[in-house]
Design a binder for this molecule. Structure first.
Ligand code: AQP
Length: 329
């Protein structure tokens, strides 16, 4: 089984990225061949300062290693250092349609915040590049948070369309989402997703521990006093229960049971303790990796390994669509 996922270096990583994606990547290391990349080309789809992008890229690489990804087991690489992503994108963009792309929630949300004249083609065509990322490695499974499911579904549509025309050339991927924590919400407005490029009520993985505690203790809660999971009537408490349950690796029901007699303040303190207990040691590992620069060698080696697979797939696709390979004639 081949597993592939990635994170865009668009901002400071949040607890949402950690719970929905990062924390779980290492769990796949013993069940298949894992490819985890930094989606830096995707980060260009919204305006971003070059220095900020470079800094975030170094951070994401360090976070990957700090999360327990082992470069001996997992291929960790930078999207832009494997040129096949862009080359495959140039071909596959012909197999997804404007109507499909314009229906993507992420495109609608992100473009709504921009002036019509400032919406880049890359933002619109984002799912084509994401599909290229996935099929380039013949990935069977793509672990993602809830917001990325639509893009994986579109990749499946593309693969079916492509294979129906050219034979079994591409592998159809499936997404895998966590049962708990697939969508962590803002602490100040639990009706919106915790997101790194539009930070509202975010916990950042680089926040110091006192700040994390403060943010959780002042998280928006709901009327009433019962700690109960009820997304509609208690979105704030439900979000904190989700954070607690996913950090502790338990179900929502189990988490709820622990707090049947607790008041909001006591519950929030337990959530803060749990997050700090997990993120504290993680931050220590991150700092050491980031300062030593050891992630650079990992990215170099990862790019070489990734390229070997990517190159084969690209050739297969080029051949299928009728591009002449002059080296083999
Ligand atoms: N709030 C969240 N809860 C659970 N999972 C989340 N993810 C993101 N936010 C949450 C998951 O993290 C992975 C990496 O995301 P990405 O960098 O590819 O971009 P995204 O999905 O668009 O996440 P962000 O943080 O909202 O980034 P920006 O602001 O740049 O768009 C994905 O698996 C995602 O589902």
């Amino acid at each position: 089984m081949r597993i592939l996922s990635g994170i865009k270096p668009t901002g400071n990583l949040t607890l949402g990225n950690y719970i929905g994606a990062l924390k779980h990547f290492k769990d796949f290391q013993d069940s298949g061949e894992v490819y985890i990349f930094i989606a830096d080309l995707h980060a260009l789809t919204l305006p971003i300062d070059p220095e900020f992008l470079r800094d975030n890229t170094r951070d994401v690489a360090s976070f990957y290693l700090a999360s327990g990804l082992d470069p001996k087991k997992t291929t960790i690489f930078l999207q832009s250092s494997v040129s096949e992503h862009a080359e495959l994108n140039a071909i596959l963009q012909n197999y997804l349609y404007m109507g499909e792309l314009s229906r993507m929630t992420q495109f609608k949300d992100k473009s709504a915040k921009l002036k019509q004249s400032a919406i880049g083609l890359g933002l619109f065509a984002y799912p084509v590049l994401m599909a290229s990322d996935i099929v380039l490695y013949d990935a069977d499974v793509v672990p993602v948070g809830e917001d990325q499911i639509q893009h994986v579904e579109l990749t499946r549509d593309l693969v079916k369309r492509f294979n129906a025309r050219y034979g079994e050339v591409l592998v159809e991927p499936k997404y895998q989402m966590n049962k708990v924590g697939a969508r962590i919400m803002s602490l100040t407005d639990p009706s919106v997703k915790m997101s790194k490029s539009d930070p509202k009520g975010d916990i950042f993985l680089k926040d110091d521990l006192a700040t994390i505690r403060k943010k959780i203790m002042s998280a928006k809660t709901d009327s009433g006093s019962e700690v109960k999971f009820d997304k509609e009537n208690k979105p704030g408490i439900s979000n904190l229960l989700t954070i607690y349950a996913s950090i502790k690796g338990m179900s929502i029901e189990e988490a709820e049971k622990q707090f049947t007699a607790a008041r909001y303040g006591e519950f929030k303190k337990a959530v803060a303790d749990a997050v700090i207990e997990e993120i504290g040691p993680f931050q220590e590992r991150y700092k050491q990796i980031r300062e030593s620069g050891e992630y650079l060698a990992v990215l170099r080696e990862g790019a070489q390994k990734a390229k070997q697979i990517a190159h084969q797939t690209l050739k297969r696709v080029q051949n299928a669509v009728g591009l002449l390979n002059i080296d083999e004639l």
